[in-house]
Design a protein around this ligand. Structure first.
Ligand code: PLP
Length: 401
């Protein structure tokens, strides 16, 4: 039975896993979405970094519609030409040599953890299994990836957790060195901790991680699920650091809203993921691959990472200028078009008030307003969003005084 009646209220037929805002979104185009009542919102959430090309981007829609006329799904027991083409596009534009397609960020990270273990256990033959991650990190909601995640709130009520994960504080060199042991197979991190409050990792710390990985023969896994596909001003965030991870993971913006994830790795890892060692029914389905190819071609050919860098600089500069001296704001951080405004109090009220003024944003931890406009956002749209945020944050600062 759906929508059961309880004490006069219609009960949702959905599990209540999300604390949802009272807005029902039904249409999207470019930087804007519309609710059921026809109200228009400027979307600086972008499906939490999914709609990198904005809503219903023409180039992706055309390829998807054409694919719907051709072929929807075949099993991975057959060759899928567009899966190969999408993988070629990814490897040609990254440091990776091979790709495994799946359906989400958690699944991509799960594949990365499995590949790291299997490489050590089957190729190197050393039996290692432990992955070191960082406090405040977020890597997904499957049992392994929530265990990898460095935030207790996602683990509550899910005991027993799988073995083989250790967490150390970000930027704590000593703790990281102490955590490396005989079972360690990999170090895994986001280069801008996103759900953890928009925390860009210091380049010197990243270089130290790379050095430790070399010294101890560990694989470096970079979680690019939120930072990837141009958002930080490079196609992949690792490019800012001049490093080449052994493995990195993608999802969110990879299909412009069509669900798809990917785990990418270096050539020497091929021997670990042999036939039958890992699989996903829907991974790399022809429809998802049409979305990936159209998304990557649009982003790469349009130099959209560079555009994200330029617009990100403009957004950052406008925020710094307008919010300078605002006693309610304790910091503004980010890279490209992933920016957080840290406040001295929880930001839930500001996010709701911004919605009432027609601007959609999302928090990153309790005190940070996270801004994730699409890569094609205009200066006018940025001005409009900054205007609304400035008005709300100025009012909050005035109340506090
Ligand atoms: N990794 C990072 C950095 C993320 O931000 C997320 C989702 O927010 C995930 C992994 C999990 O992705 P998904 O929700 O697609 O499983």
């Amino acid at each position: 039975m759906s929508g059961t009646q309880e004490q006069g209220q219609v009960q949702s037929a959905l599990f209540p896993t999300y604390a949802r805002y009272p807005i029902s979104l039904v249409k999207g185009e470019g930087s804007y979405v519309w609710d059921q009542e026809g109200r228009k919102y400027l979307d600086f959430t972008s499906g939490i970094a999914v709609n990198g090309l904005g809503h219903a981007p023409k180039q992706v829609k055309e390829k998807l519609v054409a694919q719907l006329d051709e072929l929807w799904h075949v099993s991975n027991i057959y060759q899928i030409p567009n899966q190969e083409k999408a993988a070629q596009l990814l490897t040609a534009n990254s440091c990776a040599d091979a790709v495994f397609f799946c359906n989400s960020g958690a699944e991509a990270n799960e594949a990365a953890i499995k590949l790291a273990r299997r490489y050590h256990q089957k190729v190197l033959g050393n039996g290692r299994y432990e992955v070191i991650t960082f406090t405040q990190s977020f890597h997904g909601r499957t049992l392994a990836t929530l265990t990898a995640t460095g935030q207790d709130k996602v683990k509550d009520g899910y005991l027993p957790l799988p073995e083989g994960f250790k967490h150390v504080p970000m930027h704590d060199t000593e703790a990281l060195e102490a955590a490396i042991g005989e079972h360690t197979c990999a170090i895994m991190l986001e280069l801008v901790q996103a759900e953890g409050g928009i925390v860009p990792v210091e380049p010197s710390f990243v270089q130290h991680i790379v050095k430790l990985c070399k010294e101890h023969n560990l694989l470096l896994i970079i979680d690019e699920v939120q930072t990837g596909i141009g958002r930080t001003g490079k196609l992949f965030a690792y490019e800012h650091y001049g490093i080449e991870p052994d493995i990195f993971t993608l999802a969110k913006a990879l299909g412009s809203g069509f669900p798809v994830g990917a785990m990418l790795g270096k050539a020497y890892l091929r021997d670990a993921f042999t036939a039958g060692s890992h699989a996903s029914t829907f991974g790399g389905t022809p429809i998802a691959m049409a979305a990936v190819i159209a998304t990557l071609e649009t982003i790469v050919n349009g130099s959209l990472p560079e555009r994200a860098a330029e617009m990100g600089d403009y957004l950052m500069q406008q925020l710094q200028e307008k919010l300078e001296g605002n006693s309610y704001v304790s910091g503004i951080r980010g890279k490209g078009l992933i920016i957080g405004i840290e406040c001295i109090e929880p930001v839930a009220a500001i996010i709701s008030e911004a919605q009432q003024k027609g601007l959609l944003t999302v928090s990153a931890g309790p005190n940070v307003v996270r801004l994730l406009p699409n890569l094609l956002v205009t200066r006018e749209e940025i001005d409009s969003a900054v205007g609304i945020l400035n008005e709300l944050l100025t009012a909050k600062a005035a109340v506090k005084q």
